[in-house]
Design a protein around this ligand. Sequence first.
Ligand SMILES: *[C@@H]1O[C@H](CO)[C@@H](O)[C@H](O)[C@H]1NC(C)=O
Ligand SMILES: *[C@@H]1O[C@H](CO)[C@@H](O)[C@H](O)[C@H]1NC(C)=O
Length: 309
Amino acid sequence: MVLKGLANLVVWLLCILIPTLLTDEAVILPAPLDLSVHSTNMKHILTWSPVTVPGETVNYSVEYQGEYERFYANSWIPSSWCSSISTPECNVTDDITATVAYNFRVKATFGNQSSAWSTLKELFNRNSTVLTSPRMKISKDGYHLIVEFEDMGPYFEFNVTYWKNSPNSQELYKIVREGGNLVHLETMEAGAEYCVKAQTIVEVIERSSAFNQGECIRAQDETPLLALVLFSSAGFILFLVGLPLFIWKMSQLLRYSCCPVVVLPDTLKITDSPQKLINCKKEEIESCDTIVRVMYPEELFHSWLQETL
Ligand SMILES: *[C@@H]1O[C@H](CO)[C@@H](O)[C@H](O)[C@H]1NC(C)=O
Ligand SMILES: *[C@@H]1O[C@H](CO)[C@@H](O)[C@H](O)[C@H]1NC(C)=O
């Protein structure tokens, strides 16, 4: 009886003493509070209210649990980027790799003191992320309608709707698989206005954003092409008219100045041999003059016609 009473006393003493010995300084630091995950466009940030020790830096460690760890392994995994960090927030984007409910826990540490763990009040599923409508830039390259989306990361695709801004024109659709590239949508009709709007799609969470406001752009008018055609036909006509004129002008020039070294155009009929002309000296200008027979425009045009036809 006495022995049993003594044993009970020892057990009782141990029960009192062991926790006080173990706790020592361990639970002095308060646990972080108000854990929550802020998630926009599949980027997930865990935040909590900071634990303060005046004049000192408190560190935090973050761990997480997916469905497997919670139901089967009963374990926690340290967050990739947040062991012993000093800011009261953690980018957990890389930890969340499945569309299942995740739990997080955070503890504060200071020197060799450590707080209790705090957990989320409500589990986090990435399918609750806020999806914003996509930012895009539309442009034209000649008559090509081009669109470019901002690169929002690997999960993002863009559902594009575009149409010619005129009555009865129908909407067209295209899925753009990733941002950061120029994508050709359509070859535009000259002078017509085209409009584009888009929404993001994230297949892994089976959700999509609202459509953005949309943007319109007008294709250039036909004028440059028309002008080119007009310009080149005008050029051709000028050439046809100008060639005989040019030849006539040359003949006029040669009528008053004898410059034998100039190679004469074929159309100038030369009564004597060219050799004789070349030998023509300054003193012989008078005689030289007679050698060159000048053709008058009508005559020239007539012979030119005969030659070409
Ligand atoms: C969080 O991490 C992701 C992936 O590493 C990164 O794309 C994103 O920019 C980070 N966000 C912030 C706010 O640091
Ligand atoms: C996210 O997924 C859970 C579990 O599959 C589902 O119950 C919930 O309705 C989904 N939430 C959204 C916003 O899709």
